[in-house]
Design a protein around this ligand. Structure first.
Ligand SMILES: [Zn+2]
Length: 144
């Protein structure tokens, strides 16, 4: 049993300490932290999938996306919701592969999904997770 599961069993969830004089600053600091974590993970995973697919993104953006997880523009800019860092790693990896595959196919054709499968043979698990939990993830950090 790993250290993480042992801590959870004992009721000792990992905690993130973000000192701040008020709630607005606290939220801003948490958001910046999540965006930086998401950016680092996505740069790593997109670079990996870009090699597999023989493509090169122009830029990777991590930002506030209200109703989707990512996008790929015609000028090869990949954009992702910062919330993907709050999903399990295999879900973030699937989204990275999905948007990277759009650099080959700007649609959701069979050829597009074949590219995604080359990156992640079991990509359906990531899709399924988002289907089941995506709404809850989108709701995180929304205005109350
Ligand atoms: Zn897509």
């Amino acid at each position: 049993m790993g250290a993480a599961s042992r801590a959870i069993e004992e009721g000792l969830w990992p905690r993130l300490i973000a000192p701040a004089p008020d709630l607005a600053l606290f939220e801003a600091r948490l958001l910046r932290f999540f965006k930086e974590q998401a950016r680092a993970e996505l740069i790593d995973r997109v670079a990996h999938h870009a090699v597999t697919l023989g493509v090169k993104p122009e830029r990777i953006q991590v930002k506030e996306l209200r109703s989707r997880w990512g996008s790929c523009s015609s000028d090869r800019v990949l954009a992702f919701s910062w919330r993907v860092i709050l999903a399990p790693p295999f879900v973030l990896d699937y989204l990275a592969a999905h948007e990277t595959a759009h650099l080959r196919e700007m649609n959701h054709s069979r050829r597009f999904w074949a590219h995604v499968r080359r990156c992640i043979p079991d990509y359906e698990a990531g899709r399924q997770w988002l289907h089941e939990h995506g709404c809850g993830l989108h709701a995180i950090g929304m205005a109350r």
